[in-house]
Design a protein around this ligand. Structure first.
Ligand code: ATP
Ligand code: MG
Length: 260
């Protein structure tokens, strides 16, 4: 087992948190959860996190609160787990699943049975009881999708009304929307097709954002449907995405001013 605690990072490094997250992914790669392409996808996320200021901003917190309300209102909510998410926040996935009664399904872009099993084992190690997407006899295909992400569980994503798809592939996000599902995503890139297509786009690092999602879910878990519906009705995803782009813009402008 590759152990991230064994990595010696200088404690005063300005990017310490970012480096620690990166090492979780490297550990996930060495332990068979993450593919090489996943490391690169993480790099794209890191770049946007840098531009966004590496903090959970107001627009992210609003999307997170709305996501919690949507999960509670759902009939069959599912969290779609890939290798990166399984490496970055397995304990949080299980906790969120328990609080919001959301089922966990493993779904991979780069399919490989061994990796799927390693991801499921990691989730089980962190307390997951039921993991969908594992049994071949439960597999269904989403028509019109080329990648292996077309393979979904008949008792999970296939019949879900709400799907939480962190770090998602744009093609599938569009397809799931066309099938009438409500989509929640974590994506640091406000320009990606996933961000632009989802109903609730959480522009935040999933490592920070999922902790906030757990916190707010606990806080509103006893609220009635009227209260939850008001949160959802008041939310404007396009405006929220625009606010994140303005944040990038402001951060860039601040740096130009510093040069004057
Ligand atoms: P799309 O397919 O939606 O058009 P893409 O092809 O640009 O997007 P993918 O590689 O399919 O991107 O998906 C990875 C996405 O996940 C990227 O948009 C990246 O910014 C985002 N991402 C990577 N790491 C994180 C993270 N830790 N938290 C949140 N988002 C992340
Ligand atoms: Mg993509």
């Amino acid at each position: 087992m590759y152990d991230i605690n064994a990595i010696n990072l200088p404690k005063n490094h300005p990017r310490l948190k970012s480096l620690l997250i990166r090492d979780k992914l490297v550990a996930g790669f060495k332990n068979g959860l993450v593919v090489q392409q996943g490391l690169m996808a993480h790099g794209r996320g890191e770049a946007f996190d840098y531009l966004l200021g590496e903090k959970s901003m107001k627009y992210a917190k609003l999307a997170i609160k709305t996501a919690a309300a949507v999960l509670f209102l759902a009939k069959l909510p599912i969290i779609s787990v890939n290798g990166n998410i399984a490496a970055l926040c397995p304990r949080e996935i299980v906790e969120l699943s328990n609080i919001t009664n959301t089922k966990i399904e493993v779904n991979l872009f780069y399919h490989n049975e061994k990796r799927k099993q390693a991801i499921a084992n990691n989730l089980k190690k962190h307390g997951a009881k039921e993991i969908l997407g594992m049994k071949i006899e439960s597999h269904k295909h989403i028509k019109g999708l080329e990648s292996s992400r077309k393979v979904v569980d008949k008792d999970g994503i296939y019949k879900a009304d709400v799907v939480l798809v962190p770090l998602e592939d744009g093609d599938r996000c569009i397809k799931l929307k066309q099938l009438g599902k409500t989509i929640i995503t974590f994506d640091l890139n406000p320009f990606s097709r996933t961000s632009q297509t989802a109903d609730i786009t959480i522009i935040d690092n999933v490592v920070r954002g999922i902790i906030e999602l757990i916190r707010i879910s606990k806080k509103i878990s006893n609220k009635d449907d009227k209260y939850l519906r008001k949160i959802v009705n008041d939310f404007d995803n396009k405006k929220n995405i625009a606010l994140s782009i303005l944040q990038i813009n402001n951060n860039l402008l601040k740096n130009i001013i510093n040069y004057e």
